[in-house]
Design a protein around this ligand. Structure first.
Ligand SMILES: NC(=O)c1ccc[n+]([C@@H]2O[C@H](COP(=O)([O-])OP(=O)(O)OC[C@H]3O[C@@H](n4cnc5c(N)ncnc54)[C@H](OP(=O)(O)O)[C@@H]3O)[C@@H](O)[C@H]2O)c1
Length: 167
């Protein structure tokens, strides 16, 4: 399966429950990449979306340990194991882990490709993605052109797993 994230120079991904920057070009890339696919997220990430609503035109799988939690339009899984079982229904290449920090950490071992929007700034985040540059199981396989939104520079990077476990 895949992982998709926007991370700053320190691999920061979030602060105070929200994203670090508003980058319309990155939102478009995220939408196009995950359109029609399966997105897997933590309960806090779902709640960070406008109105706490799931993403349209995608199968939304949400992890929570709260047995009573059942928002409309999402499939809820109560453990990593339950999520991995549910994901067997889908081709692994159609599955995208979309955050946040806890879920990236827990599902990274099962991912074989990571789409990382690298933001050229350090926002002093409070939530992080594991550093794939210093992980010997991962290698950078492609980098897009440097672009800019609202004065913030970023580029699209793709990492591939080259060793270790992946589903
Ligand atoms: N830059 C990016 O690409 C990006 C993408 C997504 C999110 N974010 C940011 O990341 C932050 C949120 O990340 P986060 O780490 O705080 O939260 P999170 O990963 O979105 O959600 C954490 C929640 O997931 C549930 N959970 C975690 N592991 C579980 C397991 N094994 N089994 C069942 N449930 C499990 C728990 O929910 P319960 O507490 O309900 O049990 C936990 O509190 C926000 O700032 C958000 O904006 C950034």
């Amino acid at each position: 399966m895949n992982l998709i994230a926007a991370a700053d120079e320190a691999w920061g991904i979030g602060k105070d429950g929200g994203l670090l920057a508003h980058l319309p070009g990155d939102m478009k890339y995220f939408r196009e990449t995950t359109q029609g696919k399966v997105v897997v997220m933590g309960r806090k990430t779902l709640e960070s979306f406008p109105g706490g609503k799931p993403l349209k035109n995608r199968t939304n799988i949400v992890l929570t340990r709260n047995g009573a939690y059942q928002p409309e339009g999402v499939r809820v899984c109560r453990s990593r194991e339950e999520a991995l079982e549910a994901l067997k229904e889908f081709p692994p290449e159609d599955v995208f882990v979309i955050g946040g920090g806890e879920i990236y950490r827990e599902l990274l071992p099962y991912c074989s490709r990571a789409y990382v929007t690298h933001i050229f700034h350090d926002f002093k985040a409070d939530t992080y993605l594991p550093d794939l540059d210093s992980d010997p199981d991962w290698r950078l396989s492609g980098t897009g052109e440097r672009r800019e939104d609202g004065g913030i520079a970023y580029e699209f990077r793709v990492y591939e797993r080259c060793a270790g476990f992946a589903q």
